[in-house]
Design a protein around this ligand. Structure first.
Ligand SMILES: [Zn+2]
Length: 269
């Protein structure tokens, strides 16, 4: 295995894990993960995946840093106000680990560009804050056969589901269906969010990505993990694939090409 001396030292605490070893570290260095949004969820996910030595990380965001972001979006510092989030993220992540190829895409994710942006990813992390974007990510990833993790946070609560289209696990659309994407959902600016809930949830999403790449343990597939930090209740709810699902079912169609997503003036959580 062709590690540099610096890589062996940098990743030594991972390489020593029997579940990872040199072979696993090489797999991480050869993998490519896309993170949609470098906000509350994307920040911790990007930090830990960069530190772990994922070879290529693509970060997609179009927003600029605002003061009200800083209590949870820990990629961005006070002197980054008004800077593009992708630029701010790149600066921190490159400093953390120059070994990692950080690619930034400063675009709004839309049906027109999503497949091109995601197509070469091994795993996708959703850090968006609205259901239409989550549905779009779901439909594109299912269509492209790319595993992904979708999460949501609000107040002291979080929820996470991982979908592996290669194993036909239940997708986000199977669970939440078409109806929800047309209902207005409460945003964090209206309902509030404690800063560390996206921190914890984003870390779990990064863990899902690493576990998928390394084929380790159990992913959060065919179930949703709910976290309640007020009561410290961490619980799973089982979900099942809907065989009539338009994204992943037996008669699935390419929704990215045909569906109206209603993506309005959105921001990434
Ligand atoms: Zn489905």
């Amino acid at each position: 295995m062709d590690f540099t001396i610096e890589q062996i030292e940098r990743y030594s605490r991972q390489i020593v894990l029997k579940e990872i070893g040199g072979i696993g570290q090489k797999k991480l260095l050869d993998s490519k993960i896309t993170i949609i949004g470098c906000g509350g969820l994307g920040s911790p996910a990007a930090y830990y995946l960069t530190a772990a030595g994922i070879g290529s990380i693509k970060i997609v965001d179009f927003d600029v840093v605002e003061l009200s972001n800083l209590h949870r979006q820990i990629l961005h510092f006070n002197n980054d106000l008004n800077k593009k989030k992708t630029q701010s993220a790149y600066e921190k992540l490159h400093k953390l680990n120059p070994d990692v190829n950080i690619e930034v895409v400063n675009e709004i994710l839309l049906p027109d560009n999503i497949k091109e942006i995601l197509k070469d990813s091994d795993f996708v992390i959703d850090g968006s804050d609205n259901i239409p974007t989550k549905m779009l990510i779901n439909d594109a990833c299912v269509n492209l056969d790319i595993p992904f993790s979708i999460a949501g946070v609000i107040r002291f609560n979080g929820q996470i589901i991982t979908v592996n289209p290669q194993e036909k696990t239940a997708c986000y659309r199977c669970v939440f269906g078409d109806i929800t994407e047309h209902e207005p959902s409460m945003s964090c600016s209206q309902a509030g969010v404690i800063g560390l809930i996206p921190g914890i949830v984003g870390c779990i999403q990064a863990n899902e990505a690493i576990k998928y790449v390394l084929k380790l343990g159990d992913l959060i597939t065919n179930r949703i993990l709910f976290l309640d930090l007020l009561k410290y209740r961490f619980s799973f709810i089982k979900v099942v694939r809907n065989e009539n699902c338009l994204a992943c079912g037996d008669q699935a169609i390419d929704l990215v090409e045909t569906h109206e997503y209603n993506i309005g003036d959105v921001c990434f959580e």
